[in-house]
Design a protein around this ligand. Structure first.
Ligand SMILES: [Fe+2]
Ligand SMILES: [Fe+2]
Length: 203
């Protein structure tokens, strides 16, 4: 059955891309809020703070390398999802502090003391927050908004990998236990095999 058409020819104030998902039952305003919160978590709660966490893993070169992949992939997640916010008719706050404060996950601030165990614990819990947040986006878009669902599912694939990586590292560092993540090395740092569009666009 065709969706009822309300967007008039030549109308640039409304979007068929929004009309069709609203007709299928998506609460678009709620979705935009969730995407802004998730974008803020990717950019502010993780990418920014993971930079500091990585610096403080000095001497643990293997942990640093894994942290770097997670850090750069969170930047790719931010890049991937921001255009979708605008396509849906939303926008980013024109104030970085306001944006930061809307994040759906807590800022991954350097723990005190900044031991490897404390840093890995923080990284693990940040990834878990991301899994919950992106799963929630998948849930409200599944079968209704294939584009947002696809983007969220691609990000979720990597967040689930990140959780597994940090479980492996924390189990080793804290408990002396082997809990393999099944990790294969990325081609290069920040490869983001699921979430990156093109290197030129998103280096
Ligand atoms: Fe992420
Ligand atoms: Fe992540």
């Amino acid at each position: 059955m065709a969706t009822q058409e309300t967007v008039q020819p030549g109308d640039v104030t409304q979007r068929v891309g929004v009309e069709v998902i609203r007709a299928r039952g998506v609460d678009v305003e709620k979705l935009i809020k969730m995407l802004v919160a998730n974008a803020a978590a990717e950019f502010a709660s993780t990418y920014y703070y993971y930079t500091i966490l990585r610096m403080n893993l000095a001497g643990y070169e293997d942990y640093k390398e894994i942290c770097e992949d997670a850090r750069l992939e969170d930047r790719a997640h931010w890049e991937l999802i921001v255009p979708r916010i605008y396509e849906l008719g939303g926008q980013l706050p024109n104030d970085l502090k306001e944006f930061h404060d809307q994040a759906g996950c807590r800022a991954a601030k350097l723990p005190d003391p900044p031991t490897a165990v404390n840093i890995l614990t923080l990284l693990l819990e940040s990834e878990r927050c991301a899994i919950r947040s992106w799963s929630a986006v998948c849930d409200i878009t599944f079968g209704k908004d294939p584009r947002t669902y696809d983007l969220a599912a691609r990000i979720l694939n990597e967040e689930i990998e990140h959780e597994a990586w940090f479980i492996e590292l924390l189990a080793h560092e804290r408990d002396g236990k082997s809990v393999p993540s099944g990790h294969f090395r990325r081609g290069e740092p920040g490869e983001a095999p699921y979430s990156k569009n093109r290197g030129f666009y998103n280096p």
